[in-house]
Design a protein around this ligand. Structure first.
Ligand code: FRU
Length: 490
């Protein structure tokens, strides 16, 4: 008999449903002291299939309780990705007795008598904190027969213009609509022709403002756009973002069109979006992604379950030499699963002998390197079979690497074994890394979250050692903090 949440490779501090297939996070909304996480879910299989919205809730973004399926396929089709909002002032007329939740999602079927996919936008609402849902009798509320890839509506209330705004993926663009009541939508604009990456179909957009360098008086708008898998690019599916301005109708990209900004330089962070209705007193922009890649998501070697989410992350927009960039780090609530840290200081790496420390299977590792003469340096996380995932920095090339080519099982897909890399310039010759190691994933945040690399790996046995090294010269480990992390399931 399977003991759930103890299966081989099962993530211990990342959300996954008890069993079966999951992909994109959907309907992220905070309401009545609960964070809701809905998600693309196939309750009858461990590969992608007719999509439902699975559902979990949390009080702290870390510990989740799985609830019954929220939305199931109906006469308009399967339930693809979408968002949820709190209708505070009953703009929809669904709620006479105080605010409630409205989900805005894509109904997916095919045009009658043809194989041509049909994607239309629909509503469902809940008067009981998301426990039960009523699909709107007027569904679908937004259709366009000329657009085939027409999905993943993300809706938010735009205070300045007093209306709802929807961003939705339309082929390789994002179309913006506005509404007074979530039922009737007006076309506003289309963004994206020739802008950023067009390596694949655009999916799961999000649009929100962030303070610049933490100054709430200076806001910029960020648009996230996920890019679907295309066999021509080894990275598979991934997420880009744009930084600019939004006036309630039109998004303007501040960068020149050819600039491509990747949200995460690892292979396993896709279709991520942010929570709606986080209270102003909190003020954070909190994001979560699906920790997999369409290139091999259906093949990863887990049995009863398939896929988990990334850690929830707080997003910030900070100035760098290259311009404004998204910085990300796990939400502070991660502290609820931290055990007692052990700290080591001023360890010299001599370019010859690596230095080993024991770590528990679930680990937080923080390390700061400085005084570098080495051409490269870093750390490996390994198990008793010497399978290892290697995080390193190449000082000449100014690149951070996460190498999973010898990290365990990669036989299920030719695309899986990979060296992932991100450009990063050091300040005052210092590199700090914040690393979260779960049973089959690693999330690396470099230089206070300026770079994120999220990567799955499938070691045959638990990781239990970290090995620090330098090559062609020396490096100092100014500080190394090793923290055991607790499972969220026990
Ligand atoms: C992104 C995506 C969405 C779609 C959903 C279907 O991963 O392809 O565009 O709505 O997954 O499950």
């Amino acid at each position: 008999m399977t003991v759930h949440f103890k299966e081989k490779y099962r993530q211990q501090f990342h959300y996954s449903p008890k069993e079966k297939w999951m992909n994109d996070p959907n309907g992220l909304v905070y309401f009545n002291k609960e964070y809701h996480l809905f998600y693309q879910y196939h309750p009858y299989g461990t590969t992608w299939g007719p999509m439902h919205w699975g559902h979990a809730v949390s009080k702290d973004l870390i510990h989740w309780e799985e609830l019954p399926i929220a939305l199931s396929p109906d006469e308009h089709g399967a339930i693809f990705s979408g968002s949820a909002v709190v209708d505070w002032s009953n703009t929809t007329g669904f709620f006479e007795d105080g605010p409630g939740l409205v989900a805005i999602f894509t109904h997916a079927d095919s045009y009658p008598g043809t194989e041509r996919p049909r994607q239309r936008q629909s509503l469902a609402y809940s008067k009981d904190n998301g426990r039960t849902w009523i699909t709107y009798e007027g569904n679908p509320v937004l259709t366009d027969v000329t657009i085939t890839d027409y999905r993943d509506p993300k809706v938010f209330w735009h205070e300045e213009t007093n209306k709802w705004v929807m961003v939705i993926a339309t082929g390789q663009t994002v179309t913006i609509y506005t509404s007074k009541n979530l039922k009737e939508w007006l076309y506003a604009s289309t963004f994206g022709a020739g802008e950023g990456s067009h390596d694949g179909v655009w999916e799961c957009p999000d649009l929100f403002s962030l303070p610049v360098d933490g100054d709430s008086d200076t806001q910029k708008w960020v648009m996230l756009v996920s890019i679907g898998d295309n066999p021509d690019f080894k990275e598979g599916s991934r997420t880009q973002y744009f930084v600019g301005d939004f006036n309630g109708n039109t998004f303007h990209n501040d960068h020149s069109k050819e600039v491509v900004l990747w949200l995460d330089h690892g292979r396993d962070n896709y279709a991520g979006v942010s929570w709606s209705d986080i209270p102003d007193t909190d003020g954070r922009r909190i994001y979560i992604g699906w920790m997999s890649n369409w290139r091999y998501a259906n093949l990863v070697p887990t049995k009863e379950w398939r896929s988990s989410m990334t850690l929830p992350r707080e997003l910030a927009l900070n100035s760098t030499e290259a311009g404004l960039r998204i910085f990300q780090s796990p939400v502070a609530e991660i502290n609820t699963i931290r055990g007692e840290s052990v700290v080591f200081e001023n360890e010299e790496l001599d370019g010859q002998d690596p230095v080993y420390y024991n770590i528990p299977n679930l680990s937080g590792i923080e390390v700061e390197f400085n005084n570098l003469t080495a051409e490269s340096f870093g750390l490996s996380i390994l198990n008793s079979s010497e399978e290892r995932i290697i995080i390193s920095y190449d000082a000449k090339k100014e690149l951070v690497f996460v190498d999973r080519t010898a990290a365990g099982d990669d036989s299920f897909s030719e695309s899986f074994a990979a060296i992932q890399q991100a450009p990063l310039r050091l300040h005052n010759g210092k590199l700090n890394l914040q690393i979260y190691v779960d049973s089959s994933s690693i999330e690396v945040f470099a230089n206070s979250g300026e770079v994120a690399i999220t990567s799955l790996f499938f070691p045959s046995g638990n990781t239990n050692k970290v090995c620090l090294f330098s090559k062609e010269g020396t490096a100092e480990v100014r500080q190394l903090t090793l923290t055991p992390l607790n499972s969220i399931w026990i």
